[in-house]
Design a protein around this ligand. Structure first.
Ligand code: 13P
Length: 336
């Protein structure tokens, strides 16, 4: 077993998943302002350190993805990565610099951040990061994602992954096909399959050790504005079919993004996916909103209520962890 494979498995095994707390300052500001909290360095840190020091971290969170600002902050005398390591989790870092307009297809995006990445990775490793994240983003319409967007984002993801493995860290490869639109789940299935296949073509071309990555895909869903919706069972089946067909079986695990599903949807769908999973890949979560939303709402009502906020977060983390093991139920959700 390679060191990178060990890190991937440590993050994903035993019903653990990933807490995606890597919102850029702009996104975090939107999240905080949506609950009437002023966003500044201190408030962003205060909310995050409440999550990172909660009890739920110990049994449910194998890795935390941080943003550049947070990985350099401290909680008292402890650096944030140390605080995370203290509960048995591994610190990770978002290293892309965001999705920009793709020249040649102006309505689509290309993720940037390759310039100077090798040097930034060295710095993040010294700060304690052992895994990283890069998100490519694709939209669905009759014409999109275009071949150009599918290829150029896959190429960037593979160049990123090669640099990260060279730096002895595990790359999370995140090709996110957005749920915006009226398209059907069938269309989402086709487009997501094309996107993931192209990512693996490029990862293989760039000689990536597939046992030392984590894939972070979207689930196969109807568009958010689709008139008809498929059932949760069908979501799980289509998602598994897509992954079985497109992901080489050396990949140790899949950690889904929540992508705008509410907390319960994201939990219920993961639970069914895990129950029906017959592959040898771990299926778990790498949720941002679906792990943090209720805790943020609770905190915003009384920012001094650390214990209450942690209770809300612990419950959400526990439900996601049960779902990753196929042991979640609506009854357990309500009992707490
Ligand atoms: P969501 O779970 O809120 O989609 O965030 C996950 C993430 O890391 C997106 O890049």
């Amino acid at each position: 077993m390679t060191e990178l494979n060990k890190i991937s498995l440590n993050i994903l095994s035993n019903g653990k998943g990933i807490l995606a707390a890597d919102e850029s300052t702009t996104t975090m500001t939107k999240r905080l302002e949506s609950v009437n909290i002023k966003s500044n360095e201190e408030s962003r840190l205060n909310f995050r350190k409440i999550l990172f020091s909660s009890e739920g971290m110990k049994s449910c969170i194998g890795g935390v993805i941080l943003y550049d600002e947070t990985i350099k902050q401290s909680s008292g005398s402890k650096k944030i990565p140390e605080l995370i390591n203290g509960s048995g989790a591994i610190a990770g870092i978002k290293v892309d610099t965001g999705a920009k307009v793709l020249a040649g297809s102006s309505k689509e995006k290309i993720t940037e951040g390759l310039d100077g990445l090798r040097e930034r990775l060295k710095e993040y490793y010294k700060l304690g990061a052992r895994f990283t994240k890069w998100r490519g983003v694709y939209s669905i319409s009759d014409d999109y994602p275009s071949k150009l967007a599918v290829y150029s984002n896959a190429h960037a993801l593979a160049r990123y992954a090669a640099l990260v493995q060279e730096s002895e860290m595990v790359p999370i490869v995140e090709p996110e096909v957005l749920m915006d639109g009226e398209h059907s789940a069938k269309v989402c299935f086709e487009k997501t399959s094309e996107v993931i296949k192209k990512c693996f073509d490029e990862l293989i071309l760039h000689k990536i050790d597939l046992t030392g990555i984590i894939l972070k895909p979207n689930m196969i869903l109807d568009g958010a504005d689709a008139k008809k919706k498929i059932s949760n069972e069908e979501i799980a089946e289509l998602t598994l079919k897509c992954l079985k067909e497109c992901v080489p079986n050396e990949v140790p695990g899949i950690a889904f993004l929540s992508g705008g599903q509410n907390e319960i949807e994201a939990t219920e769908n993961l639970n069914l996916i895990s129950k029906k999973n017959t592959t040898n890949m771990i299926m778990t979560y790498s949720y941002g909103r679906a792990l943090q939303q209720s805790a943020l709402k609770h905190w915003s009502k009384n920012i001094k209520d650390t214990v209450g906020t942690q209770k809300v977060f612990n419950h959400r983390a526990k439900m996601c962890s049960l779902a990753a093991q196929g042991k979640w139920s609506k009854e357990l959700e309500i009992q707490n």
